[in-house]
Design a protein around this ligand. Structure first.
Ligand code: UD1
Length: 414
């Protein structure tokens, strides 16, 4: 596995284009097996999680081609409802294939999902919803077995889980009858999935709201669809500029998607101006504390940018607080930041971060966003850092080192 070598405190300057969203494209690729014709997915990011998903589709029997950011999936030749451990065991989002396979075949067999280790990450909400749709779901020996054609149902999630909302939608679009999902997640990636399925011929109302109504249709076709820009990548770039200083312009930004992160960084002292699909981020020191930042479901502050914000706070000299409300065990970067000189006190979901003059260190990424956050911290620290665990970062960032280098960061991969 390669490492990133980062020399901190080089101000960033230039323009970065934000590519397609990982968390949108993964459920969309799973949904591609629901149709009878080819789908063409534009603005598809080059990420290892996307490669795993394309491999899953091939193993299911789909024809898959990828060229210049456009992925073609033709599910006409697919015939398998079984996924073995291989690539499916690697990713949490392989659980989306449960809804898609059950929607297409009325049965599915797949490994319990893998992915970044963020607490226990159960799938009880998915399973409960499927059972209410008439699908029997059992798990044994690390595998999930589902059987039965989904039927429309009136459902309510106990928590607005992103994955469970996507899975219910995937199972409902081809189900018999109408499914109403209450307390659905409202993350923009769900509206993107609904947009894609609607382009295939699905009937979905209320996408992007807490109540989604899906009228099952007997047949879905192929389509062309462009993936939304990645709001977490945009947020990470903003945090990088805040930590390193300087001025960068981001292209392909949807303002409401990044508003919560922009607002927290503004409290840290960044100046952020939006114009059309661009955001100009300027940071002149000193970094200030954002006060208390709580992660929430959308449109609140996203848990996927929490570690990057913590890294920014660690680069300052004031004290601030982060409350992580979505995942347990999402403070894995704390020991790394402490080794760089930050003082951080964790108690339950709360972390009190007292910045220090961070110094470069040898750092170990333990998950995708945590890895990106360590790069952010290294950009703001004096001296050189070595970030181990580039493979984690490549799950969700397209050549992070190359992109940051193009705006003046001193970062290389070796
Ligand atoms: C998705 C995103 C992830 C993001 C998260 C929250 C993808 C591929 N991943 O993950 O990047 O951090 O949304 O915005 O889109 N939970 C249960 N039971 C369940 C399902 C979830 O208890 O059946 C809990 C989880 O353990 C977690 C919380 O609900 O504490 C949120 O999980 P969820 O919204 O489902 O996140 P994911 O879909 O896994």
């Amino acid at each position: 596995m390669e490492d990133y070598i980062v020399s901190g405190r080089a101000p960033l300057c230039g323009r970065l284009a934000v590519y397609g969203a990982k968390n949108a494209v993964l459920p969309i690729l799973a949904g591609s097996i629901l149709g009878s014709g080819a789908v063409f997915i534009k603005n598809c990011p080059r990420l290892s999680d996307v490669s795993y998903t394309l491999e899953i589709l091939r193993r299911l029997g789909c024809r898959v081609e990828a060229e210049d950011g456009v992925v073609m999936v033709n599910p006409a030749s697919a015939s398998s409802w079984r996924l073995d451990a291989g690539p499916a065991g690697e990713m949490r989002s392989s659980v989306n294939f449960l809804g898609a396979l059950v929607g297409r075949y009325g049965r599915a067999e797949l490994p319990m999902p893998g992915g970044c280790r963020l607490g226990s990450r159960p799938i009880d909400l998915h399973i409960k919803a499927f059972r209410e749709m008439g699908v029997s779901v059992e798990s044994s020996g690390g595998m999930i077995y589902a059987e039965g054609r989904p039927r429309g149902a009136d459902l309510r999630l106990d928590f607005p889980s992103v994955g469970a909302t996507e899975n219910v939608i995937l199972a409902a679009v081809a189900a018999k009858g109408i499914t109403t999902l209450n307390n659905a997640a409202r993350e923009p990636e769900i509206a993107d999935l609904c947009g894609f399925l609607t382009a295939m011929g699905a009937k979905i109302h209320g996408s992007g709201t807490g109540t989604i109504r899906v009228e099952g249709v007997p047949r879905l076709g192929g389509c062309e669809y462009e993936i939304m820009p990645d709001r977490i990548v945009a947020g990470t770039y903003m945090c990088a500029a805040a930590a390193a200083g300087g001025e960068i312009e981001l292209e392909n930004v949807v303002r409401p998607h990044v508003e919560a992160v922009a607002e927290a960084l503004t409290r840290c002292g960044a100046e952020i101006a939006f114009s059309g699909d661009r955001a100009l981020v300027r940071m002149r020191r000193p970094l200030r504390s954002p006060g208390v930042v709580r992660t929430e479901v959308y449109p609140g502050f996203p848990t996927d940018c929490q570690s990057q914000l913590m890294a920014v706070m660690a680069c300052g000299r004031e004290t601030g607080v982060i409350v992580e409300n979505i995942f347990e065990n999402r403070f894995r970067i704390v020991p790394e930041l402490r080794r760089m000189g930050a003082e951080i006190r964790v108690s339950g979901p709360k972390a009190e971060v007292r910045g220090g003059a961070l110094k470069g260190a040898e750092l170990f990424a333990g998950d995708l966003r945590g890895g990106a956050a360590l790069v952010v911290a290294a950009l703001g620290a004096r001296g050189e850092s070595r970030v181990h665990g580039v493979d984690y970062i490549a799950r969700g960032y397209q050549d992070l080192a190359g992109e940051l280098r193009s705006v003046g960061a001193k970062i290389k991969q070796e």
